[in-house]
Design a protein around this ligand. Structure first.
Ligand code: ATP
Ligand code: MG
Length: 449
């Protein structure tokens, strides 16, 4: 963190700078507002501390100038006792907070940290909103299934019901969630994503619910949680399958009662954010195994959107590939116009276990290395192991009619066994047959090693 201190008193500048350094906060000092104007233009600061009464340009005019110039940096004003009415005008001009001299440096540090965190959050929200509203987030795909998903998303415009999005990793669950938000009546309110699996269990609750100052050691100021931040908009709970049991109960309560209580408080706060959840886990299985609450599952499963893996909708590969290509062309300033026929064939044959995200990675690498007008097959670096598997085993390709049902069955079994490295229980689960049936089919096809 880097802070600009503006005060005409040398004492205050030096003391503050020393104290901030102890807290690992960098400080640059300026003895008047005029030189501060130059400094703030030339370097990036996270916050400004400015004295009110200074010779020449005073603090109030400085704050006015900062806002006129469009700097959004948080400002804390320092005022002497008795200048309170000026402090109020400073808040009106765009300062976020003020302290009264003589002040406790610790108080300033707490205020600084809270302001900077709030500003960071605002920046993130804005970025998220821009992302949510940009055309880069269209749901691309011509397969029946993707067309149905698009239609379905359009029909969700007027409801605020909870939506559960399922699908393998990289299938586009977040893309769909952003589209639901973008098409909703609350599109101008925030879209707040949180990756449940990415937050430590003991932090998750305070991230979601927020806390009051003093709720626990280290709770130095109030923190607003994600449920409240998403107010009027959409809260996207990604990887919901990773939510610890103890929090599952609390989420269920929020969904039923539409209010929350911040940690360390007793006050009920109404919540009107729409909740969208996503997971690549099989929640029905998780419920069976006692890892996910059944009541919560039913509460979330009101509207369900399942996105099939890319290998089951290969018609989507060409449109996705060309849209991804034009995006990377734009980003890298290239003008590659497409793929050779062999290159596209290669993409269409590949099983893409990492789904659209893997397709993006493959194309990104190819765009970096291609100097020609079309991407060549040799420039697509597909994971050779999967590629060989795909080549060797029969591919469930709709255009290929000359295959017997038995061959298809055999190839599905080989694929599943290879994917699960010979684990028959998991392969059977994937094939939706019993382990016994799988073993007898393995005998029948002579697949046992
Ligand atoms: N139908 C689609 N149209 C356009 N882009 C897509 C589509 N599906 C996926 N993508 C792109 O693929 C990438 C992965 O998508 P996304 O992050 O939505 O997947 P996910 O299902 O949330 O994955 P994970 O489970 O790993 O979080 C993103 O960059 C996204 O833009
Ligand atoms: Mg995701």
């Amino acid at each position: 963190m880097k802070v600009l201190i503006i005060d005409d008193e040398l004492n205050i500048r030096e003391q503050m700078k020393k104290y901030l350094l102890l807290e690992n906060i960098d400080a640059v000092c300026s003895e008047n507002a005029l030189s501060a104007q130059k400094i703030i233009r030339e370097s990036i600061f996270d916050a400004v501390l400015v004295d009110l009464k200074m010779p020449g340009m005073d603090g109030l005019s400085f704050i006015k100038w900062v806002r006129q110039e469009g700097f959004r940096i948080p400002i804390i004003m320092i005022s002497a006792y008795g200048d309170i009415s000026d402090a109020v005008s400073a808040l009106k001009e765009g300062a976020q907070d003020y302290v009264v001299k003589p002040f406790n440096p610790e108080e300033i540090v707490i205020k600084l940290k809270a302001l900077v965190e709030a500003q960071n959050l605002r920046n993130i929200m804005e970025l998220e909103n821009r992302k949510a509203n940009s055309s880069e987030n269209e749901i691309i795909g011509i397969s029946n299934h993707m067309q149905k998903i698009r239609e379905f998303v359009n029909r969700l415009t007027n409801t605020t019901s909870t939506v559960l999005i399922t699908g393998e990793s990289g299938t586009g669950k977040e893309v769909v969630a952003r589209n639901i938000h973008k098409n909703s009546t609350s599109a101008s309110s925030p879209f707040v994503p949180i990756n449940i699996g990415g937050v430590l269990d003991n932090l998750l609750e305070s991230e979601l619910f927020g806390y009051e100052k003093g709720a626990f050691t280290g709770a130095l100021s109030r923190k607003i949680g994600m449920f409240e931040i998403a107010s009027g908009g959409t809260l996207f709970l990604d990887e919901i399958g990773d939510m610890p049991m103890s929090l599952q109960v609390k989420l269920l309560r929020v969904l039923q009662e539409h209010c929350i209580i911040r940690l360390g408080s007793t006050q009920l706060i109404p919540i009107n954010a729409r909740i969208i959840c996503a997971t690549n886990k099989n929640l029905e299985e998780e419920v069976k195994n006692g890892k996910f609450r059944e009541d919560l599952f039913y509460r979330l499963n009101v509207i369900r959107i399942n996105i099939p893996p890319l290998r089951e909708r290969k018609e989507d590969i060409p449109v996705l590939a060309s849209s991804i290509l034009s995006r990377f062309n734009r980003m890298m300033g290239k003008k590659i116009s497409g793929f050779t026929v062999e290159a596209m064939d290669k993409l269409k044959k590949y099983p893409f276990y990492g789904n659209v995200r893997e397709l993006e990675n493959v194309i990104e690498r190819a765009v970096i290395f291609t100097d020609t007008d079309l991407i060549q097959s040799s420039e697509l670096e597909l994971s050779s192991e999967f590629y060989k598997k795909a080549e060797n085993s029969l591919i469930l390709d709709k255009s290929n009619n000359a295959v017997s049902l038995k061959d298809l069955e055999k190839s599905a079994i080989i694929n599943a066994l290879e994917r699960w490295e010979g684990n028959r229980t998991k392969a059977a689960l994937e094939l939706k047959i019993s382990r016994r049936t799988l073993i007898s089919k393995i005998h029948e096809f002579g697949l046992d090693l």
